[in-house]
Write a protein that binds this ligand. Structure first.
Ligand code: BDP
Length: 718
């Protein structure tokens, strides 16, 4: 078990150069921490698994009594890591490690037994007489119960008369890593990949174990190790040995590994002439590959496939369909109990079409024709992880084929690692949207958790925001997005305020006022970002290909649907994409009740206006302002809010750990600078069409449009 206490980062190089001091460095660093900071230094490595001493003596004494000894009915590798975590947590928080005992009269008992809830991951925590009993149908359930108990302690909750029963509402709770074998991460903003392929399988970096602990603590039970733009190399014998080493590390934590596969692998690796899914040689190749994988990793999760999308190979290269491709792989992997997770992120360019409609058009027709071990993985919105998107029409459309939801934790379109955006409100907004597929109340959450259509298998996915940065996510506050994914996948009806409350409390372990300030900032952050970047539902106006900063002026790109103009359609009359009957009619893909919410330009919520309408610049909105004035005021108010974020965060000096405080302060300054850039560049660009003035009381941007346009080069993102 890696050590829990962290060195102040700047001392590490000194220690590293003195080998003989290495063994001593834990004690030295602790000492130095106290000398330098008077407290533990916190570089964010421990995430939400901070087990610092509990300050309240009464609470501490109460917990110590309740967690004095533990009796383990029967052990295995999962129970062993659960017990290790308990020891670790009690040592840290209570100053005294829980004692393993053979006496069933212990204060805590872990048992595997038959619960009323049949989920293999369910757990119960109950006080029975003087004993706390954590039980599960399986050891994974017990592990989740242990983490729940630890969370209660971190939250300062009472352990008296506990009576908790919980089970996940979604089967597969997954991270998708877009990591490449050369160590880079597609759309990664927190350093390099944490998997060191060149060191595997021999060396297991302790970070792999901490990653597993963090995931298990929030119920994540699957990880796709590599990029959806997949190198075929990951399924070579060489790499499978490495993948097996990781699978062995994650197994005790209830986490299965999956791989993204390149559909052309039979050609690339097998030297076959084709990768046509209906070719018997190709089918045989995949069957043998599946056999090889499962021989090494008997509980391998399955394949994730991005096919015929953005240049990736797929069945359509051979005149076949997504159904043919997915079912062929599904047949190969089915004998081993594996899954094929087939992505619906496809949008072949149709000059007369609307990218919005592409995924539905491609997949709806095959509903019910996929094999039972196929899941269709759908991004939350119809375009591509934009700042705010209406839901993908596929939620609510696939009645006989399970669809899962893919959120993006890495902030590709949400300001990378310099903008503080707590994503839970955005995920909540999506999950609470009513698809009306089975009448009122068929929310996306109810589609995803299988209730609406009785999907036999369910899944929620987050494109990971982790990397090799010491604090895992680059922006310290972005850890909350990872945390959110786990909590929401366990219960998609959990609300963002509750998740923020938990995360802020256990991450900062500070006083109530500080926690409230952090929570407030978290909960407001997403809408603030929307305001200064994409107000009123304008979308896809970010920098071309790198996706950083504003570039609403992109009018030419390798494909028209990679430009900004394709989406905002600003002209002298107005702005926005008409997706009503008069326009592309993509709205028709929604059930009538949802369609009705968006169809009328007069009643649509302003947040979605430009997603569905080409709104005249001078049209009056319910806010009393014209479209132009409303847009401009949101850009300006957004920037003002970032100013306020800076001020409010500054009040936390001395209240949160120094290192985190400085880190967030610096990033907020950059965020402000970039918010001004977004505001001014966008206002000046759209003004070329509206020809209307910046309304009072807002001052005109002081920089010229040309200066602002050139900033993308100043930021070195090209
Ligand atoms: C887009 C990203 C691209 C990904 C793609 C995907 O820009 O890097 O490969 O999504 O999800 O948003 O496949």
């Amino acid at each position: 078990m890696p050590e829990n206490i962290i060195f102040p980062a700047h001392f590490l190089p000194i220690f590293a150069s003195f080998n003989h001091l290495r063994k001593m460095r834990f004690f030295l660093s602790l000492l130095l921490s106290f000398i330098c900071f008077g407290t533990y230094a916190d570089d964010g490595y421990r995430l939400w698994l901070k087990y610092d001493p509990i300050k309240n003596p009464a609470l501490k004494a109460g917990y110590s009594k309740k967690l004095n000894s533990v009796f383990i009915q029967k052990t295995n590798e999962t129970i062993a890591v659960a017990v290790a975590e308990l020891k670790y947590a009690t040592r840290g928080m209570l100053g005294k490690e829980i004692l393993e005992t053979k006496a069933p009269t212990s204060s805590l008992k872990l048992e595997i037994t038959k619960l009323a809830d049949i989920s293999l991951e369910a757990f119960e925590i109950k006080t029975i007489k003087t004993q706390i009993v954590i039980s599960g149908n399986t050891s994974n359930g017990v592990l989740y119960g242990v983490f729940e108990l630890i969370r209660k302690m971190q939250l300062g909750e009472s352990l008296e008369n506990i009576n908790v029963a919980s089970s996940p509402k979604i089967h597969l709770r997954m991270l998708n890593h877009w990591d490449n074998n050369n160590g880079t991460i597609e759309r990664g903003y927190a350093g390099m990949s944490m998997w060191k392929w060149y060191e595997l399988p021999e060396r297991i970096d302790p970070r792999y174990i901490d990653y597993a602990r963090a995931n298990a603590s929030i119920g994540i039970n699957g990880t796709v190790l590599n990029n959806v733009n997949a190198s075929a190399r990951f399924i070579t014998g060489e790499y499978l040995g490495k993948v097996k080493a990781l699978a062995d590390v994650y197994r005790p934590y209830g986490i299965k590994v999956y791989l993204s596969v390149n559909f052309a692998s039979p050609k690339i690796l097998g030297k076959l002439k084709t990768a046509d899914p209906l070719d018997p040689e190709v089918q045989k190749w995949w069957k043998e590959k599946a056999d090889e994988i499962y021989k090494l990793i008997p509980d391998f999760g399955g394949f994730l496939v991005k096919a015929n999308s953005e240049g990736e190979p797929g069945p359509m290269d051979f005149g076949r369909t997504h159904k043919d491709g997915a079912n062929m792989l599904a047949e190969a992997i089915a004998p081993h109990g594996g899954l094929v997770i087939w992505r619906a992120f496809v949008y072949n360019f149709d000059p007369k079409g609307d990218r919005f409609a592409a995924a539905y058009n491609e997949f709806k027709k095959f509903d019910g024709e996929f094999l039972p071990n196929v899941i269709i993985q759908v991004k939350n919105g119809p375009i591509d992880f934009q700042v705010r998107e209406p839901i993908s029409p596929l939620f609510g459309a696939m009645e006989k084929t399970p669809v899962s939801i893919e959120f993006q934790l890495t902030q590709e379109y949400l300001g990378w690692a310099t903008h503080w955006v707590y994503e839970a409100p955005m995920f909540e907004e999506v999950l609470k949207t009513d698809t009306y597929a089975k009448g009122k109340g068929s929310t996306v959450a109810k589609v995803i958790d299988g209730e609406a259509f009785k999907y036999p298998i369910t899944s929620m996915v987050g494109v990971a925001n982790t990397g090799s940065d010491r604090n895992w996510t680059g922006h310290p506050m972005a850890q909350a997005n990872w945390y959110t994914l786990g909590r929401l996948a366990w219960n998609p009806e959990m609300n963002s305020a509750t998740i923020a409350d938990e995360w802020a409390k256990i991450t900062f372990r500070s006083d109530a006022k500080t926690t409230e300030t952090i929570k407030k900032l978290m909960l407001e952050s997403r809408e603030i970002y929307v305001n200064y970047t994409n107000p009123l539902g304008v979308h896809h106006v970010m920098g071309e290909s790198h996706h950083f900063g504003p570039e609403p002026w992109v009018e030419k790109a390798p494909r028209p649907d990679w430009t900004a103009l394709y989406y905002h359609r600003a002209d002298s009359v107005g702005i926005g994409f008409d997706r009503t009957e008069k326009g592309s009619n993509s709205l028709a893909q929604y059930h009538p009740e949802l369609r009705a919410k968006y169809a009328d330009i007069k009643t649509i919520e302003p947040e979605y206006l430009l997603w569905f309408h080409h709104a005249p610049w001078n049209m009056q909105l319910a806010t009393g302002r014209s479209v132009w004035n409303e847009m401009v005021s949101r850009y300006y108010e957004g920037v003002k809010s970032v100013e306020k974020m800076n001020i409010e965060w500054a009040t936390l000096k001395g209240k949160v750990d120094e290192e985190t405080f400085e880190n967030v302060s610096a990033r907020l300054k950059t965020q402000l600078k970039e918010a001004y850039w977004w505001r001014d560049a966008s206002v000046l660009y759209f003004q070329k069409f509206s020809k209307m003035p910046v309304p009072a009381p807002y001052p005109k941007p002081t920089r010229t449009f040309e200066e602002l346009k050139a900033l993308v080069d100043v930021y070195h993102v090209r």
